[in-house]
Write a protein that binds this ligand. Structure first.
Ligand SMILES: *Cc1c(COP(=O)(O)O)cnc(C)c1O
Length: 441
């Protein structure tokens, strides 16, 4: 069952207007609900764990802006910081103090991290990290993993390589094959494939970029030993390791996924470069990439690798990010995990009760429910799920006032503001959604 436009008339009307001036009516494709069908909800306002759409309906938000809203919407401390910063002007085009404070807050959370450069989106962070890795090593080839998303960078929009170390073909029109010719795509969690590609081409490889724990094919954490193998093999061949923590950073724990695995998980080392975004912007456009002072010294104005941004380190965005990270305390993470487990356990019980095949996978408090009964370790596994069942489940939840991610290949996110009332609405919606998932179309 997909909701008809009449169940969301104001959203449907806005979508129609939007579609004449914005391609597909949306400014980021997944928002269009193509994977689940139906009318995307235009949100008028959000408070704590609640979204209110333009028809006046309320939803418990399990999307949290795809991760950033870790404290909940319009959190009073963040709001106060944003207002105070905005009172003093919006952008200076000069250095300002908030940038220093945010950089210090990030660097202080992750022991091996010494410097960060602030940018405005996760895409910019990964694009810049790749350029820096190529500049530092003087090599061109980048290894990425199928199903890992690193923003819409040309060289990283290749995920469809079938088999091992095939020439990566671009996933998007408008990306010339030359842009991905130096990209090698391997299956996630496959150490043997990594060993093989490094044995053959190690001297050409500038970097391996990986999601610290994958969250963009649904949640697929690294298998035990995978992270350590990445660190060991890259080091043996003089390649850099770029850990993309745009989603996991400050979300899986106060030091992101790195904090959960620790240096031991990284074979006693650390990634050479990290990328961050989402949570560190607190809902505003702020992101970062960083590493040791030595690696970062290759960036302009110190070194020859150019990178810049008119709005980088924006005073309002950095104020929001700083206030959000200040709220990301040691007490927050157990609370997020408890909330996420209450929801995931109940969802799993409801689905089991209806005989719906599913698997729940975790990275900190991030989780997703795959509609298949086997564990998912890579993108091929993730694609073998019943996406139609997810669509029915999604729409039943939406009709009951719960906004899930509109795709089976995404993580579910909770916030510190999800209280008993919000969790109760989710739990109440689950039995009918599980029945809908079981029913077939
Ligand atoms: C969201 C995301 C990006 C891209 O960030 P944008 O701010 O959307 O450009 C990059 N990497 C990962 C792991 C992400 O989850």
């Amino acid at each position: 069952m997909t909701s008809s436009p009449t169940s969301a008339p104001a959203s449907a009307a806005l979508l129609e207007r939007a579609s004449s001036v914005i391609p597909g009516g949306v400014n980021s494709p997944v928002r269009a609900f193509r994977a689940v069908g139906g009318t995307p909800r235009f949100i008028r306002e959000a408070q704590g764990p609640w979204l209110t759409d333009v028809d006046g309906r309320r939803y418990v938000d399990l999307l949290c802006s795809w991760g950033p809203m870790i404290l909940g919407h319009a959190h009073p401390d963040v709001l106060a910081a944003v207002r105070s910063a905005a009172d003093k002007g919006f952008s200076f085009g000069t250095p300002s103090e908030n940038e220093v404070l945010l950089a210090e807050e990030i660097v202080n959370r992750i022991a091996p991290l010494e410097q960060v450069r602030l940018v405005s989106s996760g895409t910019e962070a990964t694009m810049s990290a790749v350029r820096l890795a190529r500049g530092v090593t003087g090599r061109a080839v980048i290894v990425k993993f199928a199903g890992c998303y690193h923003g819409h960078v040309d060289a990283l929009l290749a995920a469809a390589g079938s088999g091992v170390a095939t020439l990566a073909l671009p996933d998007s029109a408008g990306v010339p094959a030359e842009m991905t010719a130096d990209t090698i795509v391997l299956p996630y969690n496959d150490i043997a494939a990594l060993e093989a590609v490094f044995a053959a081409r190690g001297h050409e490889i500038a970097a391996v970029i990986t999601e610290a724990a994958a969250g963009n094919m649904g949640v697929v954490p690294p298998a035990p030993g995978f992270t350590a193998a990445l660190r060991r093999i890259t080091r043996e061949h003089g390649a850099l390791l770029i850990s993309d923590e745009v989603m996991t950073g400050f979300r899986c724990g106060r030091a992101g996924w790195f904090g959960l695995e620790g240096e031991a998980g990284y074979a006693g080392g650390a990634p050479d470069l990290f990328t961050f975004g989402k949570v560190m912007g607190g809902g505003f456009p702020a992101a970062a990439f960083g590493g040791t002072a030595e690696v970062m010294s290759h960036l302009a104005p110190l070194g020859p690798v150019y990178q810049a941004g008119t709005l980088s380190g924006n005073p309002v965005a950095t104020a929001a990010g700083l206030a959000t990270l200040k709220g990301c305390t040691d007490e927050l993470y157990p609370r997020l995990e408890a909330t996420a487990h209450a929801i995931a356990d109940a969802a799993s019980a409801a689905l089991s009760g209806e005989g719906v095949a599913h698997t729940v996978q975790w990275a900190g408090s991030m989780f997703s429910i795959f509609f298949r009964d086997q564990p998912v370790t890579n993108y091929d596994d993730a694609r073998e799920q019943d996406t139609a069942a997810y669509g029915r489940f999604f729409h039943s939840m939406l009709d009951a006032g719960v906004h899930l991610p509109p795709s089976a290949f995404e993580a579910w996110f909770v916030s510190g503001s999800h209280d008993e009332e919000a969790i109760g609405v989710v739990l109440d919606a689950l039995p009918a959604a599980a029945r809908a998932a079981a029913q077939g179309s």
